[in-house]
Design a protein around this ligand. Sequence first.
Ligand code: C2E
Ligand code: CA
Ligand code: CA
Length: 406
Amino acid sequence: MLTGLYRAPAFYRRVEQALAAAPAAPFEIIVLDIEYYTLVCDVFGKRAGALLLQALGLHLIGMPDAHCGLMARSADDIFFFYMPAEVHFVQKLSASVSDFLDSYPLPIRMHALLGVYAANSADIPPAQMCDRARLALNIRGTVREDRIGYYDHALQEHLLREHKLLDDIPDSLLNGDFRMYLQPKVDMLTGEVIGAEALVRWLHPELGFIPPDEFIPLLERDLSVYPVDCYIWEEACRFQAQRRAAGLAPLPVSINVSRCDLYQPDLPQVLDGLLKKYDLTPRDLHLEVIERAYTEDSDRIFPVLSALRASGFCIEIDDFGTGASSLSMVADLPVDVLKLDRSFLSGFPDCPRHVETVRCMVRLAKALGLTLIIEGVETAAQAEKLCALGCQYAQGYYYSRPRPAE
Ligand code: C2E
Ligand code: CA
Ligand code: CA
C-alpha cells in the first residue's frame, strides 16, 4: 500500500508464473537495500522513512525498464526485483537509485546496496533465490565499489565453510585442535630473545591447517573469539609454568587480546584466575591490543586497559600505525610498548621516505618513554638499518617464523 509495489508473497507467486511461462530464459533476482535508512528513521522519525520509501517506490515504477520484470518491497527498505538477464537491469538500477538518493532532500547520505542472484533455471523456489541475493548483499568483500554483490558458487562455498568453522569450534576446543605457536621477540643488538608472541593455529581434523587470518576475523564478527583466546592464554600460562619448573629464566609471553575480549566483564577475573592457577605474575604475560581498539571505542576501552595495566600487565599496542590514532592521543594511551606494524617495512630500507618515517616513529616512541618493537623484519639489511636508526627490538621471519610452542 505504501509504495504501490507487490509484497513478498505475491512477488514469489508472480515470479513462479513468469518462470513457468519462459522456463529457459536467463534472469536475475536482485535485492536492494538502502544503507542508513534506519538512521534516517531514527533521526527524522518513522514518517520521514515512510515518505522516502513511497517516493522511491514511485521512482522505481517510473524506470524505463520497469515493465520488463517484477518489483516488490519485502521489509522496510528491502526491495526485490525479477528481471530478464538481457535487460542488464542491475547497473541501471544502481545508477538510478543512487541519483534518487543523492538528490533526496535529507541531510543524511544514503547508499543503494545491491545483491544479485543470476539464474538460468527455476531449480529453486523464488524465496530462496531472494535469500541468496540477500546473502551477496550482506557479505563484506563482495560488495565492491559499485556496491553490487553477486551470489555465486564461490560465495556459497565460502559461506558454508564459515558456517562449518563456527560450528566446529566447541569440539576443536575440547579436542585440542587449536595450537599455540610462538614467535620470538629479539634484541637486534645482541640477538638475544626477549620474549615471544603467542599465535593461534587451527589444525582442523578435516580441513587441515587454518591460519588465524582466516578464522579470527570471522570469530570476531560472530563475537565468539573469547573462548578461543582464553584457551590460548591458558596454553601460554601452562608454557610459562613449565619453563619455570625447568629452571629457565623468566621471559614474557605476549598474548593477543581481541577488541571483543575487552568488552567481556569477567576479563580481569579470567586473567587473574589463570595467573593464580599456574602460580604466575602479571609480568609473565604481556597483552597485545590492536591500535584500532583504542580509536574505535576509547571511552569504554581506556578504563579496561588502564585497570589491567594498574594490576601489573604490560600493555602493547599492536599493529601501531594502522589505526589512525591521532598523535596527540598516543601520549595519553594506557600502554607501555608500541608494536610498529609490518607495513612500515614494505619499502624499507631502500626507499628514503620509508626510512624517514621509521626514524620518526623511533623518535616518537623515545620521546614518550615507550618501548618500540618493529614487526615483520625479514632481511639482514632491514635489521642493520633499523639498528642504525636506534631501534632495538624486533619480531620477524628474519629471526624466526612462529613455531610450535615445544
Ligand atoms: P599479529 O598479532 O600482528 O601477529 C603477527 C603476524 O605477523 C603473525 O601472523 C606472524 O606470523 C606474522 N609475521 C611475523 N613476522 C613476520 C615477517 O617477518 N613477515 C611477514 N610477512 N609476517 C610476519 P599470523 O600468526 O598469521 O597471525 C595473524 C593475525 O591473527 C595476528 O596478527 C593477530 O591479529 C591474529 N591472531 C593470531 N593469533 C591470535 C590469537 O590467539 N588471538 C587473537 N585474538 N588473534 C590472533
Ligand atoms: Ca599480535
Ligand atoms: Ca601486529
